[in-house]
Design a protein around this ligand. Structure first.
Ligand code: UDP
Length: 317
């Protein structure tokens, strides 16, 4: 753990960005959150307003980023990240991964700051190796609907490594696997928020395809701990961050019914284009560079906490 740093978090009002702001402020750092609020929400960070080590700047990082004073670290988490969001905002998704990443790297170079860029398990596309290791180059359809996110993240990684090689910038890259927890929007379209919201409203659970596709779900607190572990490590280059516990969508649906106590029916719908058939992180590298990282929150516990939070959200709607 480093001493107090001045940290810029892009996407700071988003799901992961806001949890990062919380963790950094709690650890004694000064945080400047930047967000254009396209998918982020002020309510995710409003509890930090008034804190003397927190500032919020509403700004779109695809435009030049201006931050006065010293900056020690930049964490680039700005991007639509749920499939329905990036399918609705395809050009903005490509821009924030390309122009946004370029601006972030330029800011870091100008300030002599370390940069951590949020990449994604989507860089592996529909993977042909299982579990996915960092050395795997991926299997992505560049022109399909999901390609806007996958290729934006692949470009962001390439640009980040180019700044490291050409300018000696101190960089970190995290490949984030499916993450869930409080502050997911009930309508963000991701499977965990969707199933929990449906069960809490006594609606059928919409399983896409035959439900045999798998994902490995990481609770947000574990994810943030993993990301900060990579930040404070010496490892340059991509690192998977996630929880290797792998489940089919049918298994997830059954667990959601059990946890909410609501035995709603399961209905089947079309599988979205290029939906990966399976996904599981190999986190050996993460464990090695962080002195033994392990996820602590199992799916049942994490889903219960998320259900409680979503129930509170739904009451307010
Ligand atoms: N999915 C589903 N029902 C839903 C939403 C998603 O069966 O209502 C499936 C989706 O097809 C995918 C998995 O759940 O196979 C995870 O989807 P999500 O959008 O959460 O994230 P992804 O890993 O695909 O980016």
């Amino acid at each position: 753990m480093s001493s107090m740093s001045r940290v810029v978090v892009t996407g700071g009002a988003g799901f992961l960005g806001s949890h990062l702001c919380d963790a950094l402020v709690a650890d004694g750092h000064e945080v400047i959150a930047i967000d254009n609020l396209s998918t982020g929400q002020v309510r995710n960070i409003e509890h930090l307003f008034g804190h003397d080590r927190f500032k919020f700047d509403r700004h779109d990082v695809t435009n030049f980023i201006w931050v006065p004073g010293q900056v020690d670290i930049v964490l680039h988490f700005a991007s639509p990240a749920s499939p329905i969001d990036y399918l609705e905002l395809p050009i903005q998704t490509l821009k924030v991964g390309s122009l946004g990443t370029h601006n972030v790297l330029g800011l870091a170079k100008n300030k002599g700051a370390k940069v951590l860029v949020a990449s994604s398990s989507e860089v592996y596309g529909d993977p042909e190796t299982h579990p996915q290791v960092e050395e795997y180059w991926g299997h992505v359809n560049p022109v399909g609907p999901r390609g806007v996110y996958d290729e934006a993240k692949r470009f962001a990684e390439a640009m980040t490594m180019a700044y490291h090689r050409s300018h000696g910038l101190d960089v970190r890259v995290v490949r984030i696997f499916n993450t869930y927890g409080p502050r997911m929007r009930p309508s963000d379209g991701r499977v965990v928020s969707t199933f929990l919201t449906q069960a809490l409203r006594s609606e059928p659970l919409t399983v896409f395809g035959n439900g045999e596709q798998t994902r490995s779900f990481c609770y947000v607190d574990d994810l943030i701990r993993g990301v900060l572990g990579v930040l404070w490590s010496d490892h340059v280059g991509p690192v998977n961050v996630g929880n290797p516990g792998e489940f089919t969508m049918i298994e997830l649906a059954e667990m959601v019914r059990e946890i909410t106590g609501n035995n709603v029916p399961i209905v089947f719908d079309d599988l979205p284009a290029d939906d990966p058939s399976r996904r599981q992180p190999d986190i050996s590298l993460l464990s090695e560079i962080t002195g033994g990282f392990e996820p602590r929150v199992d799916l049942r516990v994490g889903l219960t906490r998320t259900a409680e939070w979503l129930a509170g959200e739904l009451e307010q709607v």
